[in-house]
Design a protein around this ligand. Structure first.
Ligand code: APR
Length: 309
């Protein structure tokens, strides 16, 4: 059975996400943007890679939301990206308006879809999309934790000269300065990280993880990261479409879990055909629990600013 995924925003993150999903072959893809002809051009280019790659999926580009009708999953990447010197929060009001209008258009046409929000500042945008959509909380999820965790695992693998696949870690909380790496649950081949890396060096790696997005922005100069973000989105989409029920760190609406109520935050979830099928509550140290609540509080400030606009 072929699925249908619509990706809204055909810029760097949207186009690479569409490419990754299209290349899997199990889902048709619709790529939508406001820029005339651009999503059509990128999609046709990707479609023409099909014979080489051996994928029979279809991919089309459009400026009309009608093409997104009856999608199984809708990925929202529309918005502006950071430039050097900007924080994710600087995007708030502009992207709030874009994400709000996109959400209205897509939910009308795909009332049963699962929404995966990627636009930044992520936690505020996914909360906004949830509010606008009227969807149950299980069907609105944000991408951030997989990316932050992947950055952390990358740096740890470089540090220890060991395969990334042997590094098990979680970075929870908001997608920004307040993200919370769980040191106690980070292991390398089952060995606790704290026995392998000295605290000072570990703190440097954690700081690099927090600044991971800014590091890429500083190098690219004209935009923000998209290869690792799109890989994270594709993993989420696959877990949903193929009902893999992977446990992944994603932004989910918390209603009492981790003693946080009514706010989206990055936590481990089970992601399957029904969307967020379970929020996994892992034991946190007092310090980690405090940091997670603090992270959610900073998202609350953004939501209050959005409420006034
Ligand atoms: N509807 C559809 N597409 C839109 C809309 C809209 N209302 N407004 C803007 N777009 C499109 C732009 O035309 C552009 O093609 O969104 C695309 C964004 O692409 P980029 O500028 O390349 O940004 P990208 O790097 O893809 O990042 C998109 O994801 O990771 C986050 O912080 C990042 O918020 C940013 C988003």
């Amino acid at each position: 059975m072929k699925f249908k995924v619509s990706v809204i925003g055909a810029g760097n993150v949207g186009a690479t996400t569409a490419q990754r999903i299209y290349e899997k072959g199990y889902s048709d893809v619709v790529l939508i943007d406001i820029l005339e002809d651009m999503p059509q051009g990128k999609s046709l280019d990707m479609l023409e890679s099909g014979p080489v790659l051996g994928t029979d999926a279809n991919i089309i580009g459009s400026n009309s939301y009608n093409e997104s009708k009856n999608s199984d999953v809708v990925v929202i990447t529309a918005g502006i990206a950071r430039k050097p010197g900007m924080s994710r929060d600087d995007l708030l009001i502009t992207n709030m308006k874009i994400v709000g209008s996109v959400t209205k258009e897509v939910v009308k046409r795909s009332p049963n879809a699962i929404l995966v929000v990627v636009s930044n500042p992520l936690d505020a945008m996914v909360q906004h999309a949830y509010n606008i959509s009227g969807f149950p909380k299980e069907r609105v999820v944000g991408m951030a934790g997989i990316l932050d965790t992947a950055r952390f695992r990358t740096f740890l693998s470089q540090e220890l000269n060991v395969s990334v696949t042997n590094i098990s870690a979680y970075v929870l909380g908001g997608h920004g300065d307040t993200m919370v790496p769980l040191i106690g649950s980070t292991t390398v081949g089952g060995v606790p990280i704290s026995t392998l890396i000295k605290p000072n060096r570990l703190n440097e790696i954690i700081q690099r993880t927090r600044d991971g997005g800014a590091e890429i922005v500083g190098l690219l100069k004209t935009g923000s990261a998209y290869y690792a973000p799109s890989a994270a989105v594709a993993q989420m989409v696959e877990s949903i479409l193929l009902d893999r029920k992977e446990i992944l760190p994603c932004a989910a609406l918390l209603e009492g879990e981790y003693e946080i109520n009514g706010l989206y935050a990055g936590v481990p979830i089970k992601l399957g055909a029904n969307g967020i099928e379970e929020i996994i509550e892992i034991d946190l140290t007092d310090e980690e629990s405090k940091a997670l609540k603090n992270s959610a509080e900073s998202v609350k400030e953004l939501i209050e600013i959005m409420d006034k606009n």
